[in-house]
Ligand binder design. Structure first.
Ligand code: 5GP
Length: 254
């Protein structure tokens, strides 16, 4: 069997060369890391669940006109995506104080913010993803002012839509991280949503109990991590029929 060429291996995903030029296969691993790689572990079935959850959310966002890199899901752990040039920024949107924001400003976790806050971080494991201002982004040439306006307005639209979608299934969207890429078509360039949207990069709290249903369960050793991810998928109505325990290796695509 022909082995596909691996393009990139990240902490939670692997990218392989796709079947046609301009496409990639995004493979979701069960590996989990936190605190800039200092904590490592495995969450059985996480890759299967995140593949499904991210597929569902990217399709829904596409339906409201947000351009994304997602093409289609290929199997339990893989999806076909468009090859984009990743903008080296993590865009974080926050609705309720938690995590690094709560720490930075001495806020107690769970305080609703006066309005949604959008922050930018420079994507660099070596530097621990430092927070950056627009000044750094334009001065270092990571994005133009016009690109930043687009990142901001797309991120806020994603936030409005996902906040409502999750509220509908009894989940509070506390905060999340997005990544974007540039998609080239001849001389045209379009900024599209890339990477994934899943409990790995969102904070999701149960509306009634406040219970955490995201990667903070792993980061903070709260236990039942897989169950929490599974519950998110169940509430969204997309739990894989065979359950998330896909112990097979990557399936070769046609
Ligand atoms: P914080 O800055 O509070 O640690 O994270 C804010 C939000 O962005 C959380 O939902 C968190 O999951 C997400 N986030 C921030 N940085 C990263 C990252 O490097 N990887 C992942 N998976 N999520 C991140």
């Amino acid at each position: 069997m022909a082995r596909r060429r691996q393009i990139y291996e990240g902490k939670a995903k692997v990218l392989f060369e796709g079947p046609e030029p301009g496409t990639l296969v995004q493979y979701f691993k069960d590996d989990a890391t936190a605190f800039n790689n200092k904590k490592k572990g495995t969450i059985t079935g996480k890759g299967v669940l995140n593949n499904r959850i991210s597929e569902y959310l990217m399709i829904k966002l596409g339906e409201i006109g947000i351009p994304t890199h997602f093409v289609r899901r290929l199997n339990m752990r893989e999806q076909l995506v468009r090859e984009v040039e990743i903008i080296p920024l993590e865009v974080v949107v926050r609705n309720i104080s938690a995590g690094s924001l709560a720490q930075r400003f001495g806020l107690s976790e769970g305080t609703p913010l006066p309005r949604s806050i959008v922050e930018y971080y420079f994507k660099s494991d070596a530097l621990g993803d430092p927070m950056v201002a627009e000044e750094h982004i334009t001065a270092f040439g990571w994005a133009t002012t016009q690109d930043i306006d687009e990142l901001m307005s797309m991120s806020l639209r994603v936030n409005d839509f996902l906040t409502g979608l999750f509220l509908g299934v009894g989940i509070r969207l506390v905060d999340f991280k997005l990544e974007f890429g540039r998609l080239y078509n001849g001389d045209d360039m379009q900024i599209v949503l890339a990477d994934e949207i899943s409990p790995d990069n969102c904070r999701l709290w149960d509306l009634k109990t406040g219970e955490k249903m995201d990667k903070d369960r792993f980061r903070r050793d709260l236990g039942n991590v897989e169950d929490a991810y599974q519950e998110v998928a169940r509430r969204l109505g997309i739990l894989p029929e065979g359950g998330p325990r896909d112990l097979k290796g990557p399936e070769m695509m046609q």
